[in-house]
Ligand binder design. Structure first.
Ligand code: 5AD
Ligand code: SF4
Length: 478
């Protein structure tokens, strides 16, 4: 017998490409009283894959679930509800989720009351939704990145109709304020400043799964940051796929990312980070705002993706290697202590040995202090997935290895420059070793030092004694 389906709205990558309107609705979340208590006595296990955007979404999902009565658990066996918040950026991220879905099927056999949900970027892909509908009957609810706030309704639907719910919108422009948040950390917080991406880099699925670029209003962001500072938070990370495009969608004002940084400079929050930046949109005003320092941390993640102009063009990145390096020079001149990290894709279709060497050359010139490196993964529905893949698996792996070796030298060099310096550390907890505390510096370097438990959650000064490849070791300055 076919499983009953109580709601069925499928996504479409083709529709998701459309950018129909510049106007964004700003709506306020209000929990309908009829959902209060639907989770009473029940436990949820939320599994998060992918980027900081997903981590932030998961904190909202947790907030919503706890406001209707659910309690958090990390145990599959104890859970009455398991939700997978998924990532679609590369094929292996998706395969991991499918593997888990299969593994968890037996849980449902021993506990038929268990509800399983899938959301996030994979839910926005029609091929995934189709597969789940046909081959993964253990999944009860599939919802997309635009309708997290409707989760109580889907759960209620499931409980009352005993049917499956599929509801994924392809085009949606709303910004939903006041969604309850259950933050994972009590000193560091994510703050979304915008959603979606309009860049359409040819390899990337994100503009399809996250929809059009839309910015939260500055007053809402500033209010949230001030509230976080009042609650004792020390560090915030502003989130957006391309934070440098912040405000470009406003129709009633001229207000940019640099303006936001200036305004947040005046709040009481002690540390501000942001991610991710796009090299083309990173403007002088933002560099100036960073150079003013204060609570804006001297670290910039600036994904370059490739050092070959030919490949950058095929990727639709809209800058050249030379322009990228010019920005790096400007940044270093304005903020001499800055640490710059990046993302790089190797083996993009058509990447020649020469193209790859251009990337290595750029890495040497840019002096990156860290990078996330990836082998190109074709994403169905994106333009690059249609290009001929000309390289063998061995060549791809070898290029990644060669690149990583160079990147690791950059990590070590970036750490070495702090030997003998006194740095400020936000203490996060104990490292693997008892009595050794661990935390991050303004430049986002990991520091280990001996100290007492009561320092956790505070800012302390540490004198760096020795730099290792992945961390620094120092001594507390009392
Ligand atoms: N294949 C490999 N890496 C990708 N990224 C995005 N899409 C792909 C893809 N199809 C990488 C980019 C981006 C980071 C978040 O993931 O480097 O900056
Ligand atoms: Fe993807 Fe490019 Fe947008 Fe980043 S800027 S999310 S790589 S399309």
């Amino acid at each position: 017998m076919k499983a009953k389906i109580s709601k069925f709205i499928v996504p479409s990558l083709k529709d998701a490409r459309k950018r129909l309107t510049k106007n964004t609705n700003h709506i306020h979340f209000k929990l309908d009283e009829k959902y209060l208590g639907i989770g009473d006595g029940k436990f949820y296990h939320l599994k998060t894959y992918g980027c900081q955007g997903n981590l932030a979404d998961s904190e909202k999902i947790s907030g919503i679930l706890e406001s209707v009565g659910y309690k958090k658990t990390d145990s599959d066996e104890k859970a009455d509800l398991i939700i997978f918040n998924t990532c679609a950026i590369r094929e292996n991220a998706e395969n991991r989720v499918f593997g888990e879905l299969g593994r968890i099927k037996s849980l449902k056999e021993s506990n038929p009351q268990l509800i399983m949900g899938l959301c996030g970027c994979m839910a926005q892909e029609e091929k995934v939704v189709d597969l789940i509908k046909k081959k993964y009957p253990q999944v009860d609810i599939v919802f997309g990145t635009h309708n997290i706030h409707n989760l109580p309704e889907y759960l209620e639907n499931c409980y009352s109709n005993q049917g499956r719910v599929f509801e994924v919108y392809s085009i949606e422009g709303d910004i939903v304020e006041d969604v309850p948040v259950r933050r994972d950390h009590n000193k560091k917080a994510w703050v979304n400043i915008m959603y979606g991406c309009d860049e359409f880099c040819t390899y990337c699925i994100v503009p399809y799964t996250r929809g059009k670029e839309r910015s939260r209003l500055p007053e809402d962001i500033i209010k949230e940051v001030e509230q976080l500072a009042n609650e004792g938070y020390i560090e915030i990370t502003l989130l957006g796929q391309n934070v440098n495009a912040y405000g470009k969608d406003f129709t009633d004002r001229n207000y940019t990312f640099a303006d936001l940084l200036k305004d947040l400079n005046n709040t009481n929050i002690k540390r501000i980070r942001f991610t991710t930046s796009h090299p083309r949109d990173l403007d002088d005003a933002t560099i100036e705002a960073m150079a003013r320092g204060g609570n804006i941390m001297p670290h910039l993640h600036l994904p370059v993706q490739s050092g070959s102009n030919e490949i950058l063009k095929k990727m639709n990145r809209k800058y050249t290697k030379e322009e990228y390096l010019e920005k790096i020079e400007k940044l270093k001149k304005a903020i001499p202590s800055i640490s710059i990290t990046t993302d790089i894709i190797v083996a993009f279709p058509g990447e020649s040995e020469e193209d790859f060497n251009e990337t290595l050359d750029l890495v040497r010139k840019a002096d990156f202090e860290g990078a996330y490196t990836f082998i190109f993964s074709p994403r169905e529905g994106t333009p690059a997935a249609k290009l001929e893949d000309n390289l063998s698996k061995e060549v791809k792996k070898e290029r990644l290895l060669t690149l990583n070796k160079l990147i690791n030298e950059g990590y070590a060099k970036g750490n070495k420059r702090f030997e003998g310096e006194i740095v400020e550390v936000l203490v996060e907890g104990f490292s693997d070793k008892k009595d050794t505390l661990t935390g991050y510096t303004p430049n986002n370097k990991l520091v280990n030092f001996v100290g007492k438990e009561e320092l956790i959650g505070t800012l302390v000064n540490v004198k760096i004694e020795k730099a290792f490849s992945w961390h620094l070791r120092g001594k507390l300055v009392e």
